[in-house]
Design a protein around this ligand. Structure first.
Ligand SMILES: *Cc1c(COP(=O)(O)O)cnc(C)c1O
Length: 375
């Protein structure tokens, strides 16, 4: 049976959190002389930012809860997803004793956060088709494995992880929190794991305003979990972790859900167009199926392709040194014109014979068919 009290670091349970002025008096009217704010206003040309923001972001949580099908008390908002990622490690892992488990190739912050906190990392690679190796995961965990990180759709591979694998881990790993990072869920044809929160007390779901909502600059990440765990994260977070402008703009965005959906639809159309056009390039070996707003693409010569793109000021992510991603570049879906530019630059590169592709010993220039199958 999963119990939060044995999962948490012992001192976290008994800690007394900072009690802010806004925690101690929650009324909206009155003469506020309790927080050492500047009553005159702000040193900005416009707008008043002189008052501390709501430490618990209730307006956003009230609006977000029905959209996500959860209760406001099951939501934690962080300064990007980075903040809940770090808080989860700090709440559960005693350095030198506990560990986390990750499944490379995956998002880098799980590992970085564990390293910053001096926490051991168990790595169980995904299978070559980027799915969970369930038996290996279950064989690698113990009672001191506090966090199991899953990323679905996964970055950098782009695919959803199989539901049955996640369910098996949730049920078997009952000494660990199982975190499903759904940063790209809006681009996937799949429902969120948030609908399972009441069935699994060890389930944590991460989402973000940075991708589909188009608000990466605001730094606003969402963490969904049991009321109990959310209460712990609230206890250990910096008191005013989400700024007032971020809260105000996020509220406006939540009133424009249709705009988010339109952008997602447009990006999915572009993803399809980009996939088909990449397929016709001779230098492209394989395009992995994507449930996200990016493509993982294997090239004949990823490094040279990457450098050629950089020379032409088209910047993609070189993942060619990453385990299971050898030869691969990760390409975000851009605007139609940006994708055309990418393809045009790739075409000029593909038409120049590459030294690496010369057949050994013949001195002849290698030629490639114009269309190749990428399956
Ligand atoms: C982009 C991304 C995030 C978002 O991080 P923020 O800090 O919220 O911007 C989280 N997880 C994964 C896997 C991502 O690719």
């Amino acid at each position: 049976m999963f119990t939060l009290t044995t999962l948490l670091r012992p001192h976290i349970l008994s800690i007394t959190p900072y009690s802010s002025a806004r925690d101690e008096y929650t009324g909206k009217e009155g003469v506020f002389l309790d927080a050492n704010e500047n009553p005159l206003g702000s040193a900005t040309p416009q707008g008043d930012y002189n008052r501390y923001p709501d430490p618990h972001q209730w307006a956003i949580k009230q609006k977000l809860a029905p959209i996500k099908g959860v209760r406001p008390n099951q939501i934690f908002l962080g300064n990007g997803s980075d903040e809940p990622i770090d808080l989860l490690v700090r709440a559960t892992c005693t350095p030198g004793t506990d560990s986390i488990l990750i499944m490379p190739p995956t998002y880098g912050m799980y590992e970085v956060s564990a390293n910053i906190n001096d926490v051991e990392i168990i790595k169980v690679p995904l299978t070559p088709d980027f799915q969970v190796d369930v038996d290996a995961v279950l064989a690698s965990i113990s009672e001191t494995t506090k966090l199991i990180w899953l990323c679905s759709p996964n970055n950098p591979s782009g695919n959803l992880l199989k539901e049955s694998a996640i369910r098996t881990i949730l049920e078997a790993a009952n000494h660990s929190l199982v975190i499903v990072d759904e940063a790209y869920i809006d681009f996937a044809d799949s429902r969120s794991w948030t609908s399972e929160l009441d069935n699994y007390p060890n389930l944590v779901v991460l989402q973000t305003f940075s991708k589909a909502w188009g608000l990466a600059a605001l730094r606003l990440g969402m963490c969904f979990a049991s009321d109990e765990l959310i209460g712990i994260l609230n206890k250990i977070k910096p008191p005013y972790n989400i700024s007032a402008p971020t809260q105000a703009l996020a509220l406006e965005a939540l009133n424009q859900e249709a705009k988010k959906s339109e952008m997602v639809t447009a990006l999915l159309t572009e993803r399809q167009v980009l996939t088909e056009n990449l397929r016709s390039l001779s230098s492209v070996q394989h395009i992995y199926p994507s449930d996200a707003n990016f493509l993982l693409v294997r090239f004949d010569d990823a490094k040279a392709t990457f450098e050629h793109l950089i020379d032409q000021q088209v910047i993609v992510r070189d993942r060619s040194k990453v385990k299971l991603c050898d030869g691969c570049l990760r390409i975000s879906v851009g605007l139609p014109g940006e994708n055309e530019r990418l393809l045009a630059v790739l075409h000029t590169f593909a038409s120049v014979p590459q030294p690496a592709n010369l057949p050994l010993g013949t001195g002849e220039v290698a030629t490639k068919p114009e269309f190749v199958s990428n399956s």
